[in-house]
Design a protein around this ligand. Structure first.
Ligand code: 1GP
Length: 232
């Protein structure tokens, strides 16, 4: 189903959001709600948000960041691997340990591997995963080729969490993935419909996060901006 996503909201279970805002965003015409975050993610927080989003028909997936917060009930599970991490822990380490524990119980069809490249040095995810954010554009291009052509990952996620990214880098990544089946996800700092539209020209899926919590009405406008750009 992820192959059809043009727009998704990412809601952080550790951040406040009202029931009205959840209703507005779930009924907005977005293609999916991703529940995920990188700090203070608890099972209680995930369950609370899942139950509030589940009232609506929009697909709801969990982006797994800690083993303790995994719970059944989602339409799917996104598994990040941070390709520009300087620690193998965030590329394959946690994954291996998860499988040692849960490998026998997995429904493999529900899982989606995301090859992340995190480029905002100030974001929590970059610090946590020890990402090398000093990469040149051509180094990012090589990582995208590795994910797309060599490893044939289903998703390459260009992540600028909290900061609007470099559209030239996005364009280069799109080009690097052109001969692969890999879908390009972009997320980071989208605060206006114009920014959403700019990114939608290159990213297959545009992900809007923080602003869901800060200004849901503005977040809502990004759906139409992306849909219009994609359907023109
Ligand atoms: C975060 O890519 C998402 O993982 C979205 O980023 O919160 O900056 O919109 P923002």
């Amino acid at each position: 189903m992820y192959r059809e996503w043009q727009h998704a909201f990412k809601m952080d279970p550790a951040k406040d959001i009202s029931d009205e805002a959840i209703e507005t965003l779930c009924d907005s015409g977005t293609d999916a709600i991703i529940i995920g975050g990188s700090q203070d993610i608890t099972l209680d927080g995930v369950l609370d948000m899942l139950s509030r989003v589940r009232r609506y028909s929009v697909p709801c997936v969990l982006e797994v960041s800690t083993l303790e917060s995994i719970t059944p009930g989602f339409d799917g599970y996104l598994i990040p691997s941070v390709l520009n991490s300087t620690s193998s822990e965030w590329i394959v380490g946690l994954h291996r340990r998860a499988l040692e524990q849960y490998g026998g119980l997995m429904d493999w069809d529900e899982l989606l591997l995301e090859g992340y490249c995190i480029l905002n040095p100030d974001c929590t995810a970059a610090k946590l995963t020890k990402a090398d954010t000093s990469l040149t554009e051509s180094e990012v291009e090589s990582i995208a080729m590795m994910a797309g052509q060599l490893w044939k990952m289903p998703v390459f996620y260009l992540e600028y969490s909290g900061m609007f990214g470099d559209v030239n880098v996005l364009k280069t990544v799109k080009n690097a993935l052109r001969h692969s089946e890999t879908r390009l996800f972009y997320g980071g700092g989208i605060r206006t419909p114009e920014q959403a539209e700019q990114v939608a020209q290159y990213a297959d899926t545009v992900i809007v996060g923080n602003i869901c919590h800060e200004d849901p009405e503005l977040a809502l406008q990004t759906v139409q901006a992306v849909k219009q750009c994609k359907n023109n």
